[in-house]
Every structure is written in structure tokens, then in C-alpha cells.
Design a protein around this ligand. Structure first.
Ligand code: FAD
Length: 533
């Protein structure tokens, strides 16, 4: 294969890719057999008046000798010959007689289950929430003003926390298993372009189908999944896991248990702590969601081309640092063309997040604006972060009117520390409803101070970002886990309980769908290969 890197194509050049490649390689088009897109990103910097480009990495199959093609492009560092790497062989060391247990069917649990099932280990999966269809109905009812179901909501249920999300698959980790995860998603019905887009996303509508298909695949391979099945106790003997108790009733024995509980299972964290499992407090973040007309963001990123249908809806990534204070404000989980969602999982508490459909066509952009918090802010005891989260979620519930409506405020009012304006630039999308409040009442002082410093700075980067009537909704709290379940780097096993594998976001070793999924894959391989210290 010949690889072409940094291949810039003006976004509005709609020539067939084979023709563009032939020109780039100085070949007649009939010598190009196949072009595979390895990566496609967008360069919208418009440096010195340059157009907006799609930037490709392409693998090209030609029907003449590759070295002859390269000989003509000698000085071109962006063209090279590449060989495809063979997949690593898995060395199944672990006996297949006993069945491993997996707790939680979010990305971490799902992908560890998939790897185990594919290799002949028939995992038993326990998920406290409902299957994705029932869960969808429960969430819709809650958003229409019904009761919050404590075990079937935006955090809990089949697919885990990210099922009702934007389904962004971007990650900062660099791990060869990323390709495997993306391939599994595509096999289960995700759009094929996620394999090469620089910023891939699935959207909640497609993700719900994908999750079901992965579940069926695991079942077809011999795995079993039990919904509405909360792990309520861990059976531990001589520092070794021996099984779990489900819904305070049934007991299941197992010598190996994967713990993929996510960042919101506060009761399970309390249980683990009471059992003496090694854990520590860790930093996380707190803030608000901000909403803008999607056009405002598109215009800032794409300039005069912002209306072009050839360009995807634009996103952004903003950061502001105050080194003296050791704090930063950053945009997080930006959802173009999406909506703000009620993401509570505990009664009497309000917490927000964001999601979008595959088409990202709501016309409204939202993003979290978060400020980092550390154990110095809330306490160094393992469960102090949870108490801090609960306190501010309760404040938001009270400010919102004690009916799961969320507190909202315009940026203008927030900066002036007053409550008056209901003239929103876009109507807040949070359901079941909102109440105009002073967001300062449900955020710590250091957070409001940092947001007040950062907003004018962000406005310079995206004109209108901190406009008078831009709406903010509170509070955002579940961007990462408040504690870590300490494990061994090689074996993936708990530091002090043999056979217990803490995985994914809840264990404190991942942040986001992709890194949680990859963590689940790696832990499953460590188990299969029976890696010992
Ligand atoms: P989770 O997905 O949280 O799964 C844990 C599962 O364990 C849950 O289903 C839970 O019900 C179950 N569980 C917990 N305790 C027990 C118990 N005791 N017994 C049995 N089951 C239990 N990330 C992205 O990368 N891109 C995004 O676009 C994105 N958007 C998001 C939008 C929203 C609204 C939310 C809430 C999150 C979003 N995230 C996003 C974050 C992402 O969802 C998480 O990082 C990811 O889901 C973590 O995976 P996990 O498997 O570790 O945990």
C-alpha cells in the first residue's frame, strides 16, 4: 500500500477521490485500484486566506510497482510505502471452566464481556438498570415530568452512561485496541466513517441500536446478561473475591469479577469502601452547561462558508487557566446540534449533561464549562468527593423548585450577580423544565469566580459566546469519577483483592466511551492471558 499523509483537499472540491489521488501521485487514474481513507480531519484555520480543507491520510492500492511510483516522488515526505500489521495472537492461559462475572454493562463492561465471549469464556453480566428499550421509555417519562427511576436513568441501564449522549468517540489515549473497538461498533451498526474521522461520533439514536446488537452478539457467543440486577454485596474470603450478591437475594460464585460500575454508582462505592477494598479520593470537575445557536458556533469556526452543507456542524474546545489560583475552566463534552439532558440518578438531586442524535440537527450547540476540583477542596477521605457532589446537586434541586427542573441564568445576569432576564438567546433545551435562578447559589464560590473570569476570555475566541442573553443551566458534575479503585498496572486486579478487576471510568482509569471500552478490552486480555505479577 502507498500511504499519503497530510493530503489537503479544499472542502468544496467534490472531484472523485481516486482522481485527486491519481493527480497527487502523478499517475493516470487507471493505475489506482483502491483508495482507503485512514483518517479525515478538517483544517478550518483559513491561514493567510487559505480555504477550509479536509485533511486526509489515505492508503492507496496501485496496479503498478509501488517503488516506481515513489521514485517519481522522491522528495515528498508525505508519500511512503506501508505494510499492514498482523493482529497479535492471543495466548489463552486461563482455564475456561469457571465463568467470570462482569458488573455493569457500560462500555467497559460491554467490551470486556465481548472479548471474553469471543475467546470462549462465557461471562455472566449483571446490570442494575433495564434493557435499553425499557430504559429509553423510563428516561422519556422522567423528562416529561414523571418520576426519576433510581436504577433506570441517564446513568444506569444497558449501554451505560454514554448511551444517552452525543456518542463522541474521541479520546486522548493512544492504544492499538482503539481500532478493534471502532470495528466492533461498526459491525454492530455504527456508521462506517467512525473508523477514519478525526472526530467520530455515533449519536444517541444509533448508539441505542449498536448497544443492543453487541448484547445479542455476546449472548450468541455464550454470555448471559441479567438486567435489573444490582450487585448489593461482594463475597470476599482471605483477600480473594468469591462471588457477588444480587438485589440482596441471590448469590453467584466466581473467582474473577470485573467491576465496571461507572462514576455514578455512589452506593456501590460506599459498599466497596465498607468492604475494605483499596480506594482513594481523586480530582474531578464541576460547572454548568452553556447553549448557543449552532449558527453562532459555525460562523466563528467556518467564517463566510458557515452555511455550506459540505461542512459538518462545528464544535469547539476552549480553555482558560489562572496559574496563580491553580485552576482552569474548560469546555467539555461539546454537543453540536444537541440538547441539554436531565442526568440525575439520585432522588432529590439535579445534574445536567448533553446529548445529540447522529444528524446533530437540533440547531443548538451545548457544552459543559467545567472548573477542576481536587481533594484539597472537598477532603481527602475516599468518599468526600461524593458528599461534595451530592451537596451541590441538592442545591440545584432546591434552586430549581424541587421538581427536577434545572436552575438557569443568562450569562449577562450571572456576570452581574443578579436574577432578572428571561430573554434567552435560545430557549433552554433541558426537560422537564427550568427555573430562572442565581447559579451562584448552587456552585462553590471558586467555581463562579473562575467562570466569571473565563467567560469574557472565551468571548474573544468565539464572538458572542458570552453574550448577555446566552443561557447556562446547572449543575454539571458527572464528568469523571470522584474516587479511584486502586489496581495493579499489569494484572488489572485490585491492589488488595485477588480476582477483582476494577475497570473503566468508575475505577478511575478512563474518561469517556472509547477509553472505558479500551480499558475493558485490556483488562479482559490480562485475565485471558493470566498475567500475574
Ligand atoms: P458506565 O457507562 O457508567 O457504565 C456503568 C454501568 O454499571 C451502568 O450501566 C450502571 O447501571 C452499572 N452499575 C453500576 N453499579 C452497579 C451495580 N452495583 N450492580 C450492577 N450494575 C451496576 N463520553 C464520551 O466519550 N463521549 C460522549 O459523547 C459522552 N457523552 C456523555 C453524555 C452523557 C449524558 C453522559 C452521562 C456521559 C457521557 N459520556 C461521554 C461519558 C461516558 O458515558 C462514560 O465515560 C462511559 O460511559 C464510561 O463507561 P463505563 O463502562 O466505565 O461506565
Amino acid at each position: 500500500m502507498i500511504r499519503i499523509k497530510n493530503f489537503n483537499v479544499p472542502f468544496n472540491d467534490q472531484s472523485p477521490i481516486n482522481d485527486l489521488v491519481a493527480k497527487r501521485l502523478k499517475l493516470p487514474p487507471q493505475h489506482i485500484d483502491e483508495v482507503v481513507i485512514v483518517r479525515k480531519g478538517i483544517d478550518a484555520r483559513r491561514y493567510k486566506g487559505a480555504p477550509i480543507y479536509f485533511v486526509y491520510i489515505l492508503d492507496v492500492k496501485v496496479n503498478i510497482a509501488e517503488n516506481k511510483v515513489l521514485a517519481r516522488l522522491k522528495k515528498d515526505k508525505n508519500v511512503e510505502i506501508v505494510t499492514t500489521k498482523k493482529a497479535d495472537k492471543i495466548n489463552c492461559q486461563k482455564s475456561k471452566t469457571s465463568r467470570p462475572i462482569i458488573i455493569g454493562f457500560g462500555p467497559a463492561g460491554m467490551f470486556s464481556a465481548l472479548v471474553l465471549a469471543k475467546n470462549g469464556y462465557r461471562p455472566l453480566i449483571f446490570e442494575r438498570g433495564s434493557d435499553v428499550d425499557t430504559r429509553h421509555q423510563d428516561i422519556e417519562k422522567f423528562w416529561q415530568g414523571g418520576q426519576l427511576k433510581e436504577n433506570s436513568n441517564v446513568q444506569f441501564g444497558e449501554g451505560g452512561a454514554g448511551t444517552f449522549s452525543d456518542g463522541k468517540l474521541t479520546t486522548r489515549i493512544n492504544d492499538s485496541k482503539i481500532t478493534d473497538v471502532l470495528e466492533a461498533f461498526v459491525e454492530a451498526g455504527a456508521p462506517p466513517e467512525i473508523k477514519y474521522l478525526h472526530k467520530p461520533h455515533i449519536g444517541t439514536d444509533i448508539l441505542r441500536i449498536v448497544v443492543k446488537n453487541i448484547r445479542e452478539k455476546i449472548k450468541a457467543l455464550g454470555g448471559e446478561i441479567f438486567f435489573n440486577s444490582q450487585v448489593t454485596d461482594f463475597i470476599i474470603k482471605d483477600d480473594k473475591i468469591c462471588g457477588v450478591e444480587i438485589n440482596h437475594k441471590e448469590k453467584f460464585t466466581a473467582s474473577d469479577v470485573f467491576l465496571g460500575i461507572g462514576h455514578s454508582a455512589r452506593d456501590t462505592y460506599e459498599l466497596l469502601y465498607s468492604k475494605g477494598i483499596s480506594m482513594e479520593a481523586k480530582p474531578f470537575a464541576i460547572g454548568v452547561r452553556i447553549e448557543h445557536p449552532q449558527d453562532l458556533i459555525d460562523k466563528a469556526q467556518y467564517g463566510e462558508d458557515y452555511k455550506s452543507e459540505l461542512l459538518p456542524v462545528a464544535d469547539y474546545s476552549l480553555t482558560y487557566n489562572n496559574r496563580q489560583k491553580g485552576r482552569s475552566v474548560y469546555s467539555f463534552c461539546m454537543c453540536p446540534g444537541g440538547q441539554v439532558v436531565a442526568a440525575a440518578s439520585e432522588l432529590g438531586r439535579v445534574v445536567v449533561n448533553g446529548m445529540s442524535n447522529y444528524k446533530r440537527n437540533s440547531g443548538i450547540a451545548n457544552s459543559a464549562l467545567l472548573v477542576n476540583v481536587t481533594p484539597d477542596d472537598f477532603g481527602h477521605n475516599v468518599l468526600d468527593g461524593i458528599a461534595f457532589q451530592r451537596h451541590y446537586e441538592e442545591m440545584a434541586y432546591i434552586c430549581g423548585g424541587r421538581n427536577y427542573h434545572a436552575p438557569v441564568q443568562t450569562v449577562g445576569d450571572f456576570l452581574k450577580d443578579k436574577v432578572s432576564d428571561d430573554n434567552f438567546l435560545v430557549e433552554p433545551t433541558y426537560k422537564p423544565g427550568v427555573k430562572i435562578c442565581n447559579l451562584r447559589e448552587c456552585l462553590p464560590d471558586f467555581t463562579t469566580q473562575m467562570l466569571a473570569e473565563a467567560l469574557p476570555n472565551f468571548d474573544k475566541k468565539i464572538p458572542g459566546f458570552a453574550g448577555e442573553h446566552v443561557v447556562m443551566t446547572g449543575v454539571e458534575m458527572r464528568s469523571s469519577a470522584p474516587c479511584r479503585i486502586i489496581r495493579n498496572r499489569q494484572t488489572y486486579m485490585s491492589e488488595n483483592i485477588k480476582g477483582l478487576y476494577p475497570i473503566g471510568e468508575g475505577a478511575g482509569y478512563a474518561g469517556g466511551i472509547m477509553s472505558a471500552a479500551v480499558d475493558g478490552v485490556n483488562a479482559a486480555y490480562a485475565y485471558i492471558e493470566n498475567i500475574i505479577e
